[in-house]
Write a protein that binds this ligand. Structure first.
Ligand code: SF4
Length: 355
């Protein structure tokens, strides 16, 4: 993949060098377009007019023709980063992240940075493929639709509609997801779902039962304004670089404590003010270990607990078993280190826990 990306860079560099030649008068416009056509043609330009997909007609970026910028939203996840599409002759030729977006603030993650490649990526599969005797073969859409639908109908006839599970992609647009759901309904089943279920069913069940709300309870603004941030088992530097910006803004602008608890010294941990290395699988004893110091020193927010927390007495009973010695034996973390985390979390507030 990296080698392929470098191909694109080479093409760009070639184009840029031609632009340089053009502006210096070495290359006339006709020669430039002819040569640029080779470079951009190889990239397989298929264009998108935002809001409707259409076949591209332009073969190359024309240095004379004006480029229109269109602000849109990255479709890859619900963070909703703004993308500036550069459009020429109705073809989406380049993209930039939006610097005025309060969410991504001039950045993208790798998925957002390559969002245009959904349309023009040289590695994009352009026709259906069939595995024949261990080899992938290109087949036409007509053949693929005929073969797949015949097989599906046979399965439904023999096993009933619920025998097929329809799983949608995270890259579906809203409209794509809507149509996919309709397709499953017309097929005759409710066994249809979205890839995000795999990410979120566990958190929704756990968080909704605990907090009454099945999603994150802390927003980017909470993170940016926190005085203590504790990241446990997360590595946003690699998994969610857009959010890391907000974590770093909190750390740099607020001088916030950034505690990273993780068995691995991750790229996020490299930014931490306190890094706590725990044994894999010892997350809950670590949390009990922090709570032990909170209760031992009377650092808990009694008013908050009285007003909003149910079953805290049961938690206290469990936490009492997790003395610093026992926690260190299980997690490998010294009691003093967790006491420091407990102190920061309860004294240098607002604090936010990101897992
Ligand atoms: S975080 Fe990445 S995938 Fe999600 S909207 Fe932003 S750029 Fe797109």
């Amino acid at each position: 993949m990296l080698i392929k990306r470098r191909d694109t860079i080479v093409q760009k560099t070639r184009l840029q060098s031609m632009l340089g030649e053009l502006s210096s008068g070495v290359l006339d416009r006709r020669a430039f377009l002819a040569r640029a056509g080779i470079a951009a043609g190889a990239a397989g330009v298929a264009g998108v007019k935002l809001g409707s997909v259409k076949r591209a007609t332009a073969a190359a970026i024309d240095p004379i023709h004006p480029i229109k910028t269109v602000k849109s939203v990255c479709t890859h996840c619900s963070v909703g980063c703004s993308v500036i599409a550069e459009v020429q002759n109705d073809v989406w030729v380049r993209q930039e992240p939006a610097f005025d977006s309060p969410i991504n603030r001039g950045s993208h993650c790798a998925k957002g940075a390559s969002v245009r490649e959904l349309v023009k990526g040289t590695r994009r599969l352009r026709s259906p493929m069939k595995l024949v005797n261990g080899e992938w073969q290109k087949i036409s859409w007509d053949v693929a639709i005929d073969e797949i639908s015949a097989k599906l109908l046979k399965i439904r006839e023999e096993q009933g509609p619920d025998s097929v599970f329809w799983l949608g992609s995270a890259k579906f647009s809203n409209e794509g997801a809507y149509l996919y759901r309709k397709l499953a309904a017309f097929w005759g089943t409710n066994t249809v779902d979205h890839q995000a279920r795999i990410c979120h069913s566990t958190t929704v069940a756990g968080v909704a039962n605990t907090w009454g709300y099945g999603a994150m309870t802390n927003s980017y603004n909470d993170i940016r304004n926190a005085k203590t941030m504790i990241i446990m088992g997360g590595n946003p530097a690699e998994a969610h670089p857009v959010s890391l910006q907000h974590v770093l803004a909190g750390k740099e602008l607020n001088r916030a404590n950034l505690v990273v608890i993780d068995p691995r010294f991750t790229r996020t941990a490299a930014h931490a003010t306190d890094y706590i290395r725990i044994r894999p699988g010892s997350d809950i004893p670590t949390i009990y270990g922090i709570l032990w110091h909170v209760f031992e020193n009377g650092w808990e927010d009694t008013q908050f607990i009285a007003q909003r927390v149910y079953g805290m007495d049961d938690v206290r009973k469990e936490v009492a078993k997790w003395t610093p010695e026992e926690v260190e034996r299980v997690t490998g973390v010294a009691g003093e280190q967790l006491k420091r985390v407990a102190y920061m979390m309860t004294h240098e507030k607002p604090a936010t826990l990101i897992w």
